[in-house]
Design a protein around this ligand. Structure first.
Ligand code: ZN
Length: 142
């Protein structure tokens, strides 16, 4: 298997799936639990699942640090979902509830929400705080 073959972690069972690039847009399922891997909806991660998922996924990962009590976060949620649909097969959009994932939020030094962090191979490449429209979310994830 080529090292350039994209890897996508399964948020449900943790299995790492190697996917040929031509299959990424083809609604691939997890090889272990057979649930959709890249169905164009945001993936929800917490302190237990975050590290393994972002380190093992080689596609760009855009994380939305948010909280249920945050008005701008709730306003941005449909924009984030629209961006996830547009980026299906090209990037993985992740939601982290900062109340439910305090360790992950602290490690990234999240001081205001919503904050979007773009990772690749677990490494932060850029971030942006404040609610964004879908087009800007897509641009940040690319
Ligand atoms: Zn799975």
């Amino acid at each position: 298997m080529s090292s350039t073959t994209p890897h996508v972690a399964c948020a449900r069972c943790g299995a790492v799936n190697r996917l040929p690039a031509e299959r990424l847009a083809d609604d691939p399922n997890c090889g272990r639990c057979h649930q959709p891997l890249l169905d164009g909806t945001p993936v929800e991660l917490d302190d237990h699942s975050f590290d393994a998922f972002v380190r093992q996924t080689t596609l760009p990962v855009l994380v939305d640090f948010w909280a249920p009590w945050c008005g701008p976060c709730r306003q941005m949620a449909p924009q984030f979902e629209a961006a996830a649909r547009q980026l299906k097969g090209r990037a993985v959009l992740v939601k982290v509830n900062s109340d439910a994932a305090p360790q992950t939020s602290a490690r990234f030094g999240i001081r205001s929400i919503p904050t979007l962090v773009r990772l690749q191979g677990g490494l932060e490449q850029r971030r942006q705080s404040g609610a964004l429209p879908a087009a800007q979310i897509v641009a940040l994830a690319r």
